[in-house]
Write a protein that binds this ligand. Structure first.
Ligand code: ACO
Length: 401
């Protein structure tokens, strides 16, 4: 039928691919992913090597600018970020207006958008230098917003960072420093956080990244594009899965901690329950990030001497699943979200903040994708559709309907 035949402006056919499962939207030189082989590389460097040898700021520089920085470049990047780390005091009033119960992802997305009003210079950037200015501004201010979002939730006074500290340590201090208590550095915690952020830093064209690119393609500006990306990440089918894992573990504990019962539920085809944090759409053999993070989780829990029934339940589930025929046959392994939630909890981060931590890690990836899209002068994103509604019909006056 005519209405189902859609032709492009050039006369060619248009593909219908809901969810863009098989449609490439861009060419990109940032992240390579092979789901069958479990390979993830940023700019050609394996995630395993980067997680072991690099720190988050180096990885951010690599993703955004394409090469690992030398010492001077890294130092200059860090200094430029530190010089932009103030957030206008007026922004505190906006944060103040949110109820304490507001979801941190909604708060973070709103604050990121509000930043535009206080940094209009970052909006219409086109040259590489202007882009650099906008990038260091958001790399500097975003962690402050993340820390403020957490502190508001916990009822703690808002604060700024400490220029003497490294990028990630400063984030940790901004989040957790208690008034009238000295901040104590814990290398294990900082290293674990650094690694978690690296593992989340980019993952090619997923829902939030594609959102950042498509919003940016209208030349809406970096901060507006990021704010949209944060909203996309919020959903439980995307970044919100790490929160869902912990909520599942808490529910199992509240129900007596019987992991076998929940394993059986997950295998029961008449029960919609799934083990959250197991399986992955792209990684079908293993999630390379999960392997790295599992080790980090064991180290953090061991070193911090944490005994937590929730964590015991998590370990039990992972062990049982690895030995269970149903899970082995379907190649359902714990994914990155399974272990990230466990570490975040061990670090004292409230469950509702988990997706915010994901956003913090994903920030350089989003920035890199936005910059690449602008530098390649990509056209505005404008998908087509196949119209399935009514054909032409005459208008009927309201009293005759
Ligand atoms: N628990 C129990 N069974 C599962 C699970 C699970 N977590 N995941 C998949 N299965 C089963 C399915 O029931 C299906 O079984 P069948 O072949 O007998 O019908 C089989 O494994 C294949 O499952 P699909 O849904 O076809 O796999 P798909 O690739 O579409 O889904 C997904 C991947 C969505 C991640 C899925 O594994 C899932 O829902 N996992 C739990 C949610 C989760 O952890 N999401 C986070 C993903 S990681 C990330 O986003 C960063």
């Amino acid at each position: 039928i005519d209405i189902k035949t859609l032709r492009s402006a050039t006369g060619g056919m248009i593909t219908l691919d809901p969810g863009y499962k098989n449609t490439g939207a861009c060419e990109s030189a940032i992240t390579f992913l092979d789901g069958e082989k479990g390979i993830l590389r940023y700019r050609g460097y394996s995630i395993e090597e980067l997680a072991e040898k690099a720190d988050f700021l180096e990885v951010a520089y690599l993703l955004i600018f394409g090469e690992l920085p030398n010492k001077e470049q890294l130092e200059a990047f860090h200094v430029d970020i530190k010089n932009e780390s103030h957030v206008d005091e007026e922004m505190k009033k906006i944060l103040d207006a949110f109820p304490k119960s507001a979801h941190p992802m909604g708060v973070l997305s709103s604050l990121t958008s509000a930043l535009i009003a206080f940094n209009p210079i970052s909006v219409n950037v086109t040259s590489k230098d202007e882009m650099y200015g906008a990038i260091v501004r958001i790399m500097a201010k975003f962690p402050v917003l993340v820390a403020w979002t957490l502190r508001k939730k916990k009822g703690l006074p808002l604060d700024y960072g400490d220029d003497e500290l490294g990028y990630v340590e400063n984030i940790h201090k901004m989040m957790f420093k208690r008034p009238s208590q000295e901040y104590k550095r814990n290398k294990i915690v900082i290293d674990a956080l650094d690694q978690l952020l690296i593992l989340h830093a980019d993952h090619e064209q997923n829902c939030s990244t594609s959102t950042v690119r498509i919003v940016g393609s209208s030349h809406a500006g970096l901060f507006a594009s990021l704010s949209a990306g944060i909203s996309a990440l919020w959903g439980p089918l995307h970044g919100g899965a790490n929160q869902a894992v912990l909520e599942m573990l808490e529910a199992i504990e509240a129900d007596g901690g019987d992991t076998k019962k929940y394993m059986a539920k997950a295998k029961d085809k008449n029960d919609p329950f799934r083990l959250m944090g197991f399986g992955h759409r792209v990684y079908k053999n293993f999630d390379p990030r999960a392997k790295i993070i599992k080790k980090a989780a064991e180290e953090v829990l061991g070193d911090l001497g944490i005994e937590d029934p929730i964590l015991e339940i998590a370990k039990g589930l992972a062990k049982e699943a690895l030995e269970d025929e149903y899970f082995v046959k379907r190649k359902l392994y714990p994914n990155v979200d399974f272990y990230s939630g466990i570490i975040y909890r061990a670090l004292g981060i409230p469950t509702e903040m988990f997706t915010v931590m994901f956003a913090l890690g994903r920030l350089p990836g989003w920035i890199a994708q936005w910059r690449e899209m602008r530098l390649r002068s990509e056209p505005i994103g404008r998908p087509r559709q196949i119209y399935i509604g009514e054909n032409q019909r005459p208008f009927v006056e309201v009293d005759k309907r």
